[in-house]
Design a protein around this ligand. Structure first.
Ligand SMILES: Nc1nc2c(ncn2[C@@H]2O[C@H](COP(=O)(O)OP(=O)(O)O)[C@@H](O)[C@H]2O)c(=O)[nH]1
Ligand SMILES: [Mg+2]
Length: 491
């Protein structure tokens, strides 16, 4: 909607250059930018300077004459012409006062132009105020180009006829300024009609700029994505019929997915963004952040996740399966993980657990803290340190093994929070001196073996030193840890 900018005392009219890709929309703006003296226009903001992704829109502001004795500031925007960017195109058109429909006027390009033009008319038909259309029959220099009136007739057959037609060769400036003049004339006439005798101040409002429009468009897309995924996530369960590339490990994974079809899985209460289906023996999970737009993105994420799972080595629950399931509704590719349901370490660590179990769990937790340091250092893998992220599983020899079942598996070398965990654990078990002593012994043993890079060793030492000592016991631990860390790692 055209606006009056009370601060700068000018009228803002937005002209949207619509049309298929390669029609010449960007060329129009680039040419206008050159034609206007710098003080009569803004810089042209092209898509790749508006963030990483290209093809949002081009933006140029130019002076456009007078209306009711106020200067007109024309905001010129192009739409992205690629089919897959329809959402952005619609968004840009939504804010148009006038549309210039740029098209390659050769017969071979007509079918695509007609489809775009019909979409434009359909969208404009839903607007509360009429929006004039100027058809720019571009590329008149090319052999076979249709004459502007004939072209416009063929283009708009069966839909709304344009308000004006201009022939052009945008690449040589021909018709470019004329198109804008015509568009602004139509825009001004429309505005006058809308005002119906009121002063332009009746249209006072906040005028958008390129950055604001870009931000609004990003926001709009995020909202759409959210709506597309629905309020409640209902991702399709992973099927054993998936191709081998979409199941890891392919053979045993497929067999397990097949078995799982016979198992009744119940949906567990989790956050709105996650889905957890569980039986007494299995946990199958995915989430909004594990839904990918296409096969490529999904497979890349799957590859990253499985690589990290492999890096967990002995901490990986047995069996573990990853599967990438496409949604038949076309909402995306869902990355699922399947694991056995295992008792969590957190429960064993709780003060209400039997003392023997609790001490064993504390020993495991000390191993976990140093093991996590080693994972970060040697495998570039950051895990979560919450005791609820760890489970216990009996191995073939019936030995209890620690398994990682936490939510994060990130890349990185700098693991944070170990020191805080050490002191919090000591505090939590302050009433059990035996358990504390065991925990510290295992911790020191682990720290002696962690192959930490020298800088990280010093950083960790400093972190321990800086930790506020709460009592004499904590201070002794701190000193012992610092001494241990000052020696090189032992195998
Ligand atoms: N021959 C010819 N080429 C043109 C004309 N207008 C634009 N082009 C070329 O068509 C191609 C696409 O133009 P562009 O402005 O990027 O199209 P957009 O996708 O609509 O923004 C470019 O190579 C332009 O140089 C024209 O009138 N005649
Ligand atoms: Mg373009």
């Amino acid at each position: 909607m055209a606006l009056f900018d009370p601060e700068r005392e000018r009228i803002v009219i937005r002209v949207v250059y619509d049309g298929p890709g390669h029609a010449g929309k960007t060329t129009n703006l680039a040419r206008l930018c050159r034609a206007f003296a710098a003080w009569r226009r803004s810089d042209m903001v092209s898509p790749n300077t508006l963030g990483e992704r290209t093809q949002y829109f081009d933006w140029l502001e130019v002076e456009g004459g007078l209306l009711a004795s106020y200067p007109i500031r024309a905001q010129l925007l192009t739409v992205p012409g690629q089919r897959e960017l329809t959402v952005r195109r619609r968004f840009v058109i939504e804010h148009a006062d006038v549309v210039v429909f740029v098209a390659d006027s050769r017969p071979e390009a007509l079918a695509e132009s007609k489809a775009f033009y019909a979409e434009l008319c359909e969208q404009l038909a839903g607007f509360p105020e009429p929006v004039p259309i100027v058809v720019q029959a571009n590329k008149q220099d090319l052999p076979g180009a249709m004459k502007p009136p004939a072209f416009a007739k063929a283009l708009s057959q069966g839909t709304r006829a344009p308000d004006q037609v201009v022939g052009s060769v945008a690449s040589t400036d021909k018709g470019v300024k004329q198109t804008l003049t015509v568009a602004l004339k139509l825009g001004s006439d429309q505005l006058r009609k809308r005002l119906g005798g009121q002063k332009v101040h009746a249209l006072a409002g906040v005028v958008g700029d390129a950055a604001g429009t870009y931000a609004a468009l990003e926001h709009h897309e995020a909202e759409l994505a959210r709506a597309r995924l629905g309020e409640r996530l209902e991702p399709p369960r992973p099927q054993p019929s998936l191709p081998s590339t979409h199941i890891w490990p392919p053979v045993t994974g497929r067999a397990l997915l097949g078995e799982l079809e016979q198992v009744e899985l119940r949906r567990q209460a989790t956050s709105d963004d996650e889905v957890l289906l569980a039986s007494p023996s299995w946990r199958l999970s995915t989430g909004r952040d594990r839904c990918y737009d296409g096969d490529d993105a999904g497979l890349l994420a799957m590859w990253q996740l499985t690589r990290r799972k492999v890096a967990l080595a002995g901490w990986l629950p047995e069996p573990s399966v990853v599967a990438l399931q496409p949604d038949p509704a076309g909402t995306g590719m869902w990355l699922w993980t399947l694991e056995p349901a295992l008792p969590r370490l957190a429960a064993e660590l709780s003060p209400s657990a039997a003392p023997e179990r609790r001490r064993a769990a504390l020993n495991h937790y000390a191993e976990i803290l140093t093991g996590a340091l080693a994972l970060a250092e040697t495998r570039n893998l950051i895990v979560d340190l919450e005791p609820s992220s760890y489970a216990l599983q009996a191995d073939d020899g019936d030995r209890e093994r620690v398994r990682y079942v936490g939510p994060t598996l990130a890349a990185g070398h700098a693991l944070e929070g170990v020191v805080a965990r050490v002191f919090a654990t000591l505090e939590q078990h302050a009433g059990d001196a035996v358990a504390q002593a065991d925990f510290i012994e295992t911790l020191l043993l682990g720290l002696r073996r962690v192959p930490l890079d020298w800088d990280r060793r010093v950083a960790l030492q400093n972190e321990f030193l800086a930790a506020a000592s709460r009592d004499a016991g904590a201070e002794r631990v701190r000193d012992a840890v610092v001494v241990t860390l000052s020696k090189p790692a032992r195998e």
